[in-house]
Design a protein around this ligand. Sequence first.
Ligand SMILES: NC(=O)c1ccc[n+]([C@@H]2O[C@H](COP(=O)([O-])OP(=O)(O)OC[C@H]3O[C@@H](n4cnc5c(N)ncnc54)[C@H](OP(=O)(O)O)[C@@H]3O)[C@@H](O)[C@H]2O)c1
Length: 218
Amino acid sequence: MRPWVRIVSACTIDGRIASSTGFSRLSCEYDLKRLHMHRAECDAVMIGARTAEIDDPMLTVRLVPTKRQPIRVVVDGRLSCRTSLRLFRTAREIPTIVFTSERADPGKIRELKDLGVNVEVVGHEKVDLKAALEILYSRYGVRKLLVEGGGNLNINLLREGLVDEIYVTVTPYVFGSGVSIFNGDGYKDTSECPRFLLKDVVICECGNCVVLHYLIER
Ligand SMILES: NC(=O)c1ccc[n+]([C@@H]2O[C@H](COP(=O)([O-])OP(=O)(O)OC[C@H]3O[C@@H](n4cnc5c(N)ncnc54)[C@H](OP(=O)(O)O)[C@@H]3O)[C@@H](O)[C@H]2O)c1
């Protein structure tokens, strides 16, 4: 068993979630509030190692009322993230999990555990994402998982059939290069890629962004 998986992302008109310099602040104030509503609705929030390194996010609910903070989850196959990240420094207050592989340095695992981080080793070369989701479900009680990118984690989850729905906010910008919302080994044509079913379209209160809600067809 695994949690329901929801990807939420803000991208440019050309589908980029970050520019070539790593700039990624695309959301307007209304979109940020929506993101915090998603966080409040989910049991855990997952990000990839590069997003953790570049953005140094807290992944907490701050802009809407909430009864509890979601568990924070980082997928970091080589355990390359700095231990000084805010997520790790606050792990004693808010549960924080790192999924890594057997490539991780045991010394770094100890360092993170000393900070109060739950470190789970799943997989040899890469993190076995299916096993990671099963652990979230059975060991941590996660039923609804919010994935906040980046593009590499998103495509890896999609390729393994582990995504149930996506919310994409298309913002009024174009980067022309950078990281796309699903970034990695691609599909060769439409017959290979999963089918997305449009569930809802909302024009943002700012009047300049569109939120697309798609379900993945099974
Ligand atoms: N606009 C938005 O909504 C939004 C949201 C999130 C992020 N972003 C931006 O996106 C950029 C980062 O995206 P990204 O695609 O470069 O990186 P990412 O997806 O955040 O992280 C990629 C890293 O995650 C690890 N990873 C992912 N799947 C794995 C697996 N199955 N096993 C092991 N490790 C795995 C790998 O680390 P190792 O290679 O170390 O093993 C991989 O290099 C940042 O600039 C961030 O600001 C934008």
